[in-house]
Write a protein that binds this ligand. Structure first.
Ligand code: GRF
Length: 203
């Protein structure tokens, strides 16, 4: 199965995919990494692994739909079966999302539907949450609002600040993403009529 990854930042989730594939733990191939930031660490990680790395600058385009059209025409060029948003920090326009329903997922660092958007760890601390975590969901036009496929939970501990909590969550994000991508590429999970179907074995 061919996977395209969208990332704006450091790319540790991308690296987890690359490493699992190299170790034979995931029967897939990362066929391209795409970014809205030329300096994204994810692009360097891709190049180091011999994977095509593409970045486009949003400011070179007149509108979000124009940028998304250009980016997704590059993505379509690598013919992905699955598109993984792993720390992609830009809103996606409705038309690119809807055309790929069921073939695009996102990893978000909260137990959705709690704490959508940015600064999720601080949001969890401010809300006095005792539990926090990460979710992988199908991407829909609603930001962080698509059907959740799987989640990983961590406790919020006394003395936590956003950085410590982020670190605890991130350690769980990598196996969560691998397990979810594995379930998708093996066809154990899919989107059916807007819902997650055939959950298969628990992640
Ligand atoms: C992760 O916390 C992910 O859940 C969020 O952005 C972060 C990306 O980290 N959407 P990395 O770039 O994969 O290291």
């Amino acid at each position: 199965r061919r996977i395209a990854v969208l990332a704006s930042g450091r790319g540790s989730n991308l690296q987890a995919l690359i490493d699992a594939i190299a170790a034979g733990r995931l029967a897939a191939e990362v066929v391209g990494v795409f970014s809205d930031r030329a300096g994204a660490g994810a692009l360097e990680r891709a190049r180091a692994a011999g994977i095509a790395a593409v970045s486009l600058r949003p400011r070179d385009f007149d509108s979000r739909p124009a940028f998304d059209e250009a980016l997704f025409s590059r993505i379509d060029g690598v013919q992905p079966d699955l598109i993984v948003c792993a720390g992609y920090m830009r809103l996606l326009s409705e038309h690119v999302v809807e055309a790929r329903a069921g073939r695009m997922i996102n990893i978000h660092p909260s137990l959705l539907p709690a704490f959508k958007g940015l600064h999720t760890h601080q949001q969890a601390l401010d809300a006095g949450a005792t539990e926090h975590g990460a979710s992988v969901h199908f991407v829909t036009a609603e930001l962080d609002g698509g059907p959740v496929i799987a989640q990983a939970r961590v406790p919020v501990l006394p003395g936590d600040d956003a950085a410590r909590l982020a670190e605890r969550v991130l350690a769980r994000e990598h196996p969560l993403l691998l397990a979810t991508v594995g379930a998708l590429v093996e066809g154990r999970v899919r989107l059916l009529a807007g819902r997650v179907a055939d959950r298969g074995r628990p992640l």
